[in-house]
Write a protein that binds this ligand. Structure first.
Ligand code: HEC
Length: 188
């Protein structure tokens, strides 16, 4: 079989192409490896520390609790029970988030304070009563249990050496982007 010169050029071209491709394959994994070394236990630990530094702190979660628990009061005042239930659940979930961030702390005497246990006590009693009052659409019960819960909030602040953070029944809405009244009140 006689190969035309054109075919020879073509075959040579393919061969060179294949050679280059195999060279490329040999070089690139190394090049990539240089850009991003495979993780080691040390590098992963450092990365986790860096991520931790970017997570919200307990004060941040608690500021959310303050906002939600305040809005809960105004929803209850307007007897907007679905909104009250929403803020009741948000309060609980953010309280739990706060103690996941710091589950235990030490008081000034060096004693260990179990924040998870304190929160459980709050959830099992006054905060649960707030939820029951919301389900029963009972405003007087709501107000009583809300005030009792505030005592529980403060008990934990005192236990964790922060007696200067004293929650109270809010006098004013923090932000009035939310309409607190039930649908019948819209627009205000
Ligand atoms: C289990 C313990 C615990 C309970 C229960 C608790 N708190 Fe706190 N709260 C803390 C701690 C600890 C801090 C201080 C956080 C910090 O400085 O990192 C705090 C801080 C706060 C702050 C200040 C946040 C800021 O930085 O401005 C507010 C507001 C607050 N809590 C509201 C409440 C309310 C309202 C309740 C009840 C519904 C409540 N907390 C229940 C432990 C608790």
């Amino acid at each position: 079989m006689k190969l035309s010169s054109l075919s020879i050029v073509f075959i040579l071209g393919v061969a060179v192409g294949l050679l280059l491709a195999s060279d490329y394959n040999r070089i690139t994994p190394q090049a990539h490896a240089q850009e991003k070394p495979s993780p080691t236990l040390e590098s992963l630990a450092a990365e986790i520390e860096a991520i931790k530094g970017r997570l919200p702190d307990q004060a941040h979660a608690m500021a959310d609790v303050g906002y939600q628990f305040s809005n809960l009061w105004f929803a209850g005042q307007k007897e907007n029970w679905p909104l009250a239930e929403f803020y009741w659940k948000e309060t609980k979930s953010h309280l739990n988030w706060a103690v996941r961030i710091i589950p235990k702390c030490k008081d000034s005497a060096g004693r260990e304070i179990d924040l998870v246990a304190i929160l459980q006590a709050l959830e099992n009693s006054p905060l649960k009563d707030v939820g029951d009052a919301i389900s029963a659409k009972n405003k007087p019960e709501f107000e009583t249990s809300y005030r009792l819960t505030l005592e529980g909030c403060y008990a934990c602040h005192k236990a964790s050496d922060k007696p200067f953070i004293r929650p109270q029944v809010p006098g004013e809405v923090d932000t009035n982007i939310i309409t607190f009244g039930p649908k019948a009140d819209w627009p205000r």
